[in-house]
Design a protein around this ligand. Sequence first.
Ligand SMILES: *[C@@H]1O[C@H](CO)[C@@H](O)[C@H](O)[C@H]1NC(C)=O
Ligand SMILES: *[C@@H]1O[C@H](CO)[C@@H](O)[C@H](O)[C@H]1NC(C)=O
Length: 215
Amino acid sequence: MMSRFLLFGLLFATCSLAFASDPSSLQDFCVADLKNKVLVNGVVCKDPNQVKVQDFLFRGLNRMGNTSNAVGSNVTAVTVTQLPGLNTLGISMARIDFAPRGINPPHTHPRATEILTVIEGSLQVGFVTSNPENRLITTVLQKGDVFVFPEGLIHFQKNVGNGYALAIAGLSSQNPGVITIANAVFGSNPDISKDILAKAFQVDVNTVYQIQSKF
Ligand SMILES: *[C@@H]1O[C@H](CO)[C@@H](O)[C@H](O)[C@H]1NC(C)=O
Ligand SMILES: *[C@@H]1O[C@H](CO)[C@@H](O)[C@H](O)[C@H]1NC(C)=O
């Protein structure tokens, strides 16, 4: 009887460990074979004997992204797509450039916590806690400051300095994903019907039409 309890206890402990995060690597690396047609949760591994130094290297994060767009920012992502060696490692990074008064609009990463540091300029940053509080946690960061956006929460950045601003972010997934709220809600393909959005946002259908036409 006792031993059965122990067995269940052990099984339960093992299962909770396995589900608490990505499974840990069972090998040194699993470089993504991005051309492979086999679908798995992640990307299948290249033959380790075919792996080259380039698989672990991305060059060019020194280059500024073009911020001449509607929001005045540009994200240069280095995820498993740009750096195949990240496959199964649960980590990635990004460079974010901001024109004066540019914003990185409210968005969420469905699979990653983000840690961000300001290299140049100053940024207002913030995130909103989940329902029902929806509390806004916000501050202004200066060069050298580090801020964390917890996994899944809606967050944003805004350049509040006079010149260009630059931030570097680390993300706790090889493939963090991004859902930009305005684009996803008002720019889905096909559209979410106007009456749904009108009721959800408590505005009239014409206002929804106006916003949708911009995405
Ligand atoms: C970001 O910058 C790159 C490099 O300048 C450019 O190719 C890309 O179109 C820009 N993206 C946006 C959304 O402006
Ligand atoms: C930046 O993007 C804008 C808009 O797409 C374009 O007109 C401009 O030539 C780009 N600048 C550079 C340096 O690529």
